[in-house]
Ligand binder design. Structure first.
Ligand SMILES: Cc1cc2nc3c(=O)[nH]c(=O)nc-3n(C[C@H](O)[C@H](O)[C@H](O)COP(=O)(O)OP(=O)(O)OC[C@H]3O[C@@H](n4cnc5c(N)ncnc54)[C@H](O)[C@@H]3O)c2cc1C
Length: 311
């Protein structure tokens, strides 16, 4: 426990599955923690997940978040609604600016910072997509829910070289009826890749989709100027935009997509700055983010002594 109330042991930016797990671990290590959350968890989009252990009958993303908040609240963790707009190095750790929803800004000092800021799915240019995602008509992650697509007619929205691997993954694992929709954009394929896709039984439709009908909780039809297409499941494979700006401003190492590099303790290349969950290079899954939270929190607790090893 920090004996200086003006400085928290750890500021956690983001209150999704990863950030809330880190808060839970740190509080159980009797550390002072501040969680600030912008309220835009990717998990909130999950209609029902079937790959979270312990929930054999499935659980929605909103329910996962509610249960995690309730669990953390038992240790007096309340995620403060707001945005961390800036994190800087300072003596003894970091200083950060928090902007509350009414626009007021304040400064906090933290010995360590965990970024659990997640990522945002790049949305396809389709009519009615926000509604279709909420209703489970458009999916983003065959690793999460491809199992529920077994034997179904599946379409994958692709752009550039994105989506090709996803279409092949679904074709080899779950369905022999897979179509790649390029929405009128150029596919950026290696020589021979298009033939390879066709040989593997993936159909390519290069025309833009001009209309989408839903029938109950299924896609009725997608219309291009030339044809009407029928699928049971539509995946969008356009990639993610990583919310890594705070770390990038501190010079943290990242890949070409701006996802963050971390070491085996989930520490970024900036000492004392940790990153967990979707914002990190790797597999964007809830259990992965939770595991990373456990690594980061334990390392923080073991190293964040008074004075700290680098003070
Ligand atoms: C449709 C869909 C279905 C999915 N299904 C599954 C599934 O079945 N199984 C599975 O394991 N995964 C699934 N996922 C992926 C899963 O949702 C993510 O892996 C998970 O939510 C990542 O957790 P996180 O805590 O890293 O980030 P998030 O859950 O995205 O939370 C990040 C939080 O940080 C906040 N934040 C960002 N920047 C700031 C800032 N500057 N200041 C304050 N707060 C900030 C955001 O507002 C947000 O609340 C699915 C995703 C989608 C979209």
């Amino acid at each position: 426990m920090s004996d200086d109330p003006a400085i928290v042991d750890c500021l956690i930016v983001g209150g999704g599955p990863a950030g809330l797990t880190a808060a839970l671990y740190l509080k159980r290590f009797r550390r002072s923690v501040l969680v600030v959350d912008g309220g835009e968890s990717r998990a909130a989009w999950i209609p029902e997940s079937h790959n979270i252990p312990f929930f054999s009958h499935g659980i929605s993303g909103k329910e996962i978040l509610a249960r995690e908040r309730e669990h953390a609240a038992r240790y007096d963790v309340v995620a403060e609604t707001g945005r961390v707009t800036d994190v800087r190095k300072s003596e003894g750790g970091f200083r950060a600016t928090i902007e509350s929803p009414n626009g007021a800004a304040r400064e906090v000092a933290a010995r360590r910072v965990v970024l659990a800021t997640g990522a945002v799915d790049v949305e396809p240019d389709l009519p009615d997509v926000p509604d279709a995602v909420r209703r489970g008509l458009v999916r983003y992650c065959p690793i999460c829910d491809g199992y529920e697509a077994i034997g179904k007619r599946v379409a994958v929205i692709a752009r550039g070289d994105r989506g090709v691997g996803e279409a092949i993954f679904i074709r080899r694992t779950y369905s022999d009826d897979v179509t790649l929709l390029t929405l009128g954009e150029q596919l950026d394929l290696e020589p021979g890749q298009e033939e390879d896709l066709r040989e593997k039984g993936v159909t390519i439709v290069p025309e833009p989709v001009v209309g989408l009908d839903h029938e109950g909780d299924a896609i009725g039809a997608m219309r291009t100027a030339q044809q009407e297409l029928h699928f049971d499941i539509l995946y969008s494979a356009l990639g993610l935009r990583y919310r890594s700006e705070l770390a990038l401003a501190l010079g943290a190492r990242h890949d070409e997509r701006k996802a963050l590099w971390v070491d085996e303790h989930c520490q970024t290349s900036v000492k004392g700055l940790y990153a967990i969950g979707d914002v990190v290079i790797g597999l964007d899954q809830i259990v992965v983010g939770m595991g990373q939270a456990a690594f980061a929190a334990t390392h923080i607790h073991n190293r964040c002594e008074y004075p700290t090893e680098d003070e």
